[in-house]
Design a binder for this molecule. Structure first.
Ligand code: ADP
Ligand code: ZN
Length: 435
């Protein structure tokens, strides 16, 4: 028997959802036009005013926002209300210089937590559950968002944060955790660690897991389900839109329901920006229908997926998105951290190395690995060939500072990295993240 946190929305008819979206969009565009100079300028450039927006059918008239806009407007340029009305910030993981900083009012947090609560109830959670939150707490949205949702459902919430695996397993056993929330790679790692410690799924009380913030395959889902003895649910979100809980999986485990009373989704052609019909594969674009602190309109996520209104057996009518099938930019997500090849290149240039490099990403024992091979110039090769290990360590350190994760650096002889005839191949991602 399916359960819902807010059935009046989760199971509303398409017409009801549309009515909510129409009303909220008209209000939101007015509010943003008045309060956000940056977006007002974009609208003026496009010759569109709030009066042109009468329903969601007019959405396509509005300008897009991209990550570049978020960087330009850093830190306060897209703030939708007085700073004194905001009570918290969060920030995206592992970016250089200008991070994305998102602001939240108390109402924004309430609505975000409702979205996370919907996800937890969809995974079978209720007030008798013990919810172990092993997402990071801090600037990262995962920990706080799920924590709030878990409390709304009435679960006993264990704010473990990430890491400290032995303590995670001890609390999981001693406090009888029934729901685990973390990244899929950490869930897999917990499963392996338990196995090494001789703990079987029968020794723990977990029944469900809610895993997201990074891509994972169906194969990985099956592995995790087996090693922890649970049903594993996907959850999607991004800091720019709010955090986890933008979309969540139900018992059908085939795509995630988007909380479309708060996040209006479109699919566009990433090359032309043209809106594509339902069922097409393209870039996901979100409009925050009621966010006050950081109300983004038509934000291009770079995530590629497909939307579908096909009837779901869980009874929810919220539109579904497929698992993201890759990204339209070159961002890699490595151990949950966003990494751009350009960041690695910047470190090499700053440290006086050539930009003939190759990034290799793999997943070994369910943990992401990052190897960077860097060619020495002929001069460097003759001068410095003796202290290679020290140089590799220094470069790895500089990259760690820039990226927030530890790579393995390999200095190689001049001309040993294969030159490509067309566009340089800088990244080889051996992980099979998209089925
Ligand atoms: P976080 O800090 O929560 O990782 P970011 O805003 O840095 O959030 O990253 C958001 C990106 O993470 C998304 O745009 C998407 O590419 C990826 N992502 C989040 N959840 C999932 C998921 N369930 N499956 C695949 N990719 C995901
Ligand atoms: Zn469903």
């Amino acid at each position: 028997m399916a359960n819902y946190f807010q059935p009046e929305v989760e199971c509303a008819s398409h017409e009801e959802i549309r009515a909510i979206q129409n009303e909220k969009l008209v209000k939101q565009v007015k509010r943003v036009y008045e309060n956000v100079e940056y977006y007002r300028n974009l609208m003026n450039e496009k010759g569109v005013t709030p009066d042109d927006i009468k329903s969601i059918d007019d959405l396509h008239k509005l300008p897009f926002l991209t990550k570049a806009d978020l960087r330009d407007a850093y830190p306060y340029g897209l703030l939708g209300t007085d700073l004194k009305n905001c009570v918290r910030i969060h920030s995206t993981s592992g970016t250089t210089g200008r991070r994305v900083v998102a602001f939240y009012t108390q109402k924004d947090i309430e609505l975000w937590e409702d979205c996370c609560a919907r996800a937890i109830v969809a995974a079978g959670g209720n007030d008798e559950d013990v919810c172990q939150v092993a997402y990071g707490y801090g600037l990262f949205t995962g920990g706080f968002g799920i924590n709030g949702g878990s409390q709304k459902v009435g679960c006993l919430t264990l704010p473990m944060s990430s890491g400290n695996t032995e303590r995670q397993i001890q609390f999981m056993q001693d406090l009888h955790a029934t729901i685990l929330c973390c990244t899929p790679s950490y869930a897999a790692y917990l499963g392996e660690s338990m196995k090494e410690m001789g703990i079987t799924p029968d020794d723990i009380d977990l029944k469900a897991g809610i895993f997201g913030a990074e891509p994972w395959t169906e194969e990985m889902r099956r592995d995790i389900e087996k090693s922890l003895g649970i049903k594993a649910y996907d959850i999607y979100g991004l800091t720019e839109s709010t955090g986890p809980g933008v979309a969540f999986e139900c018992e059908e485990q085939s795509g995630m329901h988007i909380n479309e009373d708060h996040f209006l989704a479109e699919i566009i052609d990433p090359e032309t920006g043209e809106v594509l019909p339902e069922g097409s594969k393209g870039e996901l674009v979100f409009t925050n229908l009621d966010k006050e602190g950081f109300p983004l309109i038509r934000y291009r996520t770079r995530d590629i997926c497909i939307l579908s209104r096909k009837k779901c057996s869980c009874g929810r009518t919220l539109i579904k998105m497929t698992k993201p099938m890759g990204r339209s930019d070159d961002m890699l997500i490595i151990r949950g951290v966003n990494v751009f090849p350009s960041q690695i290149e910047a470190v090499l240039i700053k440290s006086g190395y050539s930009v003939n490099y190759l990034i290799e990403v793999d997943r070994v024992n369910n943990t992401d690995t990052l190897d960077v091979s860097v060619e020495l110039t002929p001069e460097q090769f003759s001068d410095r060939v003796r202290d290679l290990a020290a140089q590799e360590k220094m470069l790895a350190n500089n990259m760690k500072i820039m990226l927030g994760i530890n790579p393995k650096v390999h200095l190689v002889a001049p001309k040993s990295i294969t030159r490509s005839e067309g566009k340089a191949v800088r990244v080889i991602d051996k992980r099979k993240l998209h089925d």
